[in-house]
Design a protein around this ligand. Structure first.
Ligand code: GLY
Ligand code: MN
Ligand code: MN
Length: 441
C-alpha cells in the first residue's frame, strides 16, 4: 500500500541535508526497443525513492530554501497532464492535480511548463543539486536554464554557484533501509525463493534452460512481482562458468549441474538469489565436494555480515574457506597466505562476494569512505552474499573438475545484533535440495 508519509520523510531528510539550494531529479526516459515498440517502462530509482511516482516524463524539484529569500523547504513535481485520448490508448495518468494530493507534494505543475518555470525556480538559489554526466540531454537542458538565470544578473538575480551531486546525498539515505522498504524486500525475497524451490522441482534431464526460465517468470508474475530484477541466468553444465551467461537456450544434460541466478522486482525492490543443483536430482561426489566447499564459504561470509564489521569482512571469510578448498582439491598450489597473495585463486573465483541490494540489484551506496577504508556495516544495510567456484577446462586442472560452476547467493539484512537472511526459504543444503527434487511438480 502506498504510504505518503514514508516518501515525504525521505524528501524532508534530503531537504535538511541540502541545507539550502535547489535539487533537480528527473525520472528515467522511456526507451524504444524497436521501431514503435517500447521496453517496459522502469522509473529512475532515485526519483522513485523520493516520490513513489511511477509515471514517465516527471521531474522532482526540491527547494531547501535560501535564507536570503526566507523560503521554506518545499517539494514540487512536474508530471504529465491528464489526457483523455492518451489515457484511452496507454492508460491512467494522475495529472498534476491528483498527483499533488495522492503523493503529498507542496506544488505540482504540468511537465509542459518545466522549461518556462525552471529559470525562475533556480534564481537566487545558492547551490544546485543535480547529478551531471548521466544523461547528456538533461545536462544540456539544465545548463540552458542556468544560462537563462545568469542572463538576468544585471537585474540583481544570482545563479547557483556550485553544482553538487544529489545522488551522493541520496545514496547515504538509500543505504539504510526503512521498515517499509524491508517489508517489500522480504516479500520480494520470498517470491524469488519460492521460484527457486519450484525450479528444483520442475527441472528434468533434457528440458531446456528456457523452460526453467519460464517457470521463474510464471512464479514472479503470479505472485505480484512486476518484473524480473535482471535477466535470469539459467546455466546448465559448462554455461555456469560464464558469469553473465544469459543465452538460456541449451538442453539440460544428465550429470550436469544447473546454476540459476534469478530474482524479481516488487514495487521497485530487487531480490537476487543464486542456487546450483543437479539436473538429475543427485549430486555426484565431485559436485557435492565442491558444492559443500562453496556452501561453507557462504555460511562463513554470512556470519561475518554483522554490524561493526567492514564491507570486505564477508569476502575475506568466504575467500579463506574457498582458498583452503582449492588447495585441498589441488586446484591451487601453496599455503593459504601464498595463494591469497599471488591471486592464483582467481582462476576459480574471480568475482567479489556481494553488493548492496535494494531498488537497484547492484544498489546505490559507497563501498569505501573518503579515506579509502571499507564501509562499516550497520543495521538496515542490505547486501548479497554470493561466493562461487568456476572451473573451466585448463591444462593445470584435473579433467574431472572441468565445467563445474557453482554459486550460492542469498540476500542479507544487517540487524542490530547480527543479520537476517531474507532469502532463507530457498533451500540450499544438499540433503534438502535432493529431497525437494524428488517431489517434482
Ligand atoms: N544477479 C546479479 C548479481 O548477482 O550480481
Ligand atoms: Mn548478486
Ligand atoms: Mn545474482
Amino acid at each position: 500500500m502506498f504510504k505518503i508519509n514514508e516518501f515525504q520523510q525521505r524528501r524532508n531528510q534530503l531537504l535538511s541535508k541540502m541545507g539550502s539550494g535547489i535539487a533537480i531529479i528527473p525520472t528515467a526516459p522511456e526507451a524504444v526497443r524497436n521501431r514503435d515498440s517500447y521496453y517496459p517502462y522502469r522509473f529512475d530509482s532515485y526519483f522513485y525513492y523520493l516520490t513513489g511516482f511511477t509515471e514517465p516524463e516527471s521531474v522532482l524539484i526540491l527547494i531547501a530554501g535560501n535564507t536570503a529569500k526566507s523560503e521554506s523547504p518545499r517539494s514540487i513535481l512536474f508530471c504529465r497532464d491528464k489526457d483523455e485520448t492518451r489515457e484511452i490508448w496507454d492508460g491512467f495518468r494522475f495529472g498534476p492535480g491528483a498527483a499533488k494530493i495522492q503523493f503529498g507534494f507542496d506544488e505540482t505543475f504540468s511537465i509542459q511548463e518545466l522549461d518556462a518555470l525552471m529559470p525562475d525556480l533556480m534564481a537566487n538559489q545558492n547551490q544546485l543539486f543535480y547529478s551531471l554526466g548521466f544523461d547528456a540531454a538533461w545536462d544540456a537542458r539544465i545548463i540552458n536554464w542556468l544560462n537563462k538565470v545568469k542572463d538576468k544578473s544585471r537585474t540583481g538575480v544570482s545563479a547557483p554557484e556550485a553544482v553538487l551531486d544529489v545522488r551522493q546525498l541520496v545514496d547515504k539515505q538509500r543505504l539504510v533501509k526503512t521498515p517499509f522498504e524491508l517489508d517489500l524486500m522480504r516479500c520480494s525475497a520470498n517470491i524469488a525463493a519460492g521460484a527457486h524451490n519450484r525450479a528444483m522441482q520442475v527441472t528434468q534431464v533434457n528440458k531446456k534452460e528456457y523452460e526453467i526460465e519460464a517457470e521463474f517468470l510464471y512464479e514472479f508474475y503470479r505472485n505480484g512481482a512486476q518484473a524480473p530484477a535482471y535477466k535470469s541466468i539459467v546455466a546448465g553444465g559448462a554455461n555456469a562458468c560464464t558469469l553473465h551467461y544469459n543465452g538460456n537456450n541449451c538442453v539440460l544434460n544428465d550429470g550436469d549441474l544447473l546454476l540459476i541466478d534469478a530474482g524479481c522486482e516488487l514495487d521497485g525492490y530487487a531480490s537476487d538469489i543464486t542456487r546450483t543443483f543437479p539436473v538429475n536430482g543427485k549430486f555426484s561426489n565431485i559436485q557435492s565436494d565442491l558444492y559443500e566447499m562453496v556452501l561453507q564459504s557462504q555460511l562463513a561470509a554470512i556470519d561475518a555480515a554483522k554490524p561493526g564489521n567492514h564491507w570486505n569482512a564477508p569476502h575475506e571469510a568466504a575467500l579463506n574457506i574457498l582458498v583452503q578448498g582449492f588447495i585441498d582439491f589441488k586446484l591451487c598450489k601453496g599455503s593459504i597466505e601464498e595463494v591469497l597473495e599471488n591471486g592464483s585463486y582467481r582462476q576459480f573465483y574471480m568475482h567479489r562476494t556481494g553488493h548492496w541490494l535494494g531498488l537497484d540489484v547492484h544498489d546505490a551506496g559507497d563501498y569505501k569512505n573518503k579515506a579509502g577504508d571499507w564501509a562499516t556495516l550497520e543495521a538496515g544495510n542490505t547486501l548479497t552474499v554470493e561466493p562461487g567456484c568456476y572451473v573451466r577446462p585448463a591444462d593445470n586442472v584435473s579433467e574431472h573438475f572441468w565445467n563445474i560452476g557453482i554459486r550460492i547467493e542469498d540476500d542479507v539484512l544487517i540487524t542490530a545484533t547480527g543479520n537476517e537472511v531474507l532469502t532463507k526459504n530457498a533451500v540450499k543444503n544438499i540433503a534438502d535440495i535432493e529431497q525437494l527434487m524428488q517431489n517434482s511438480c
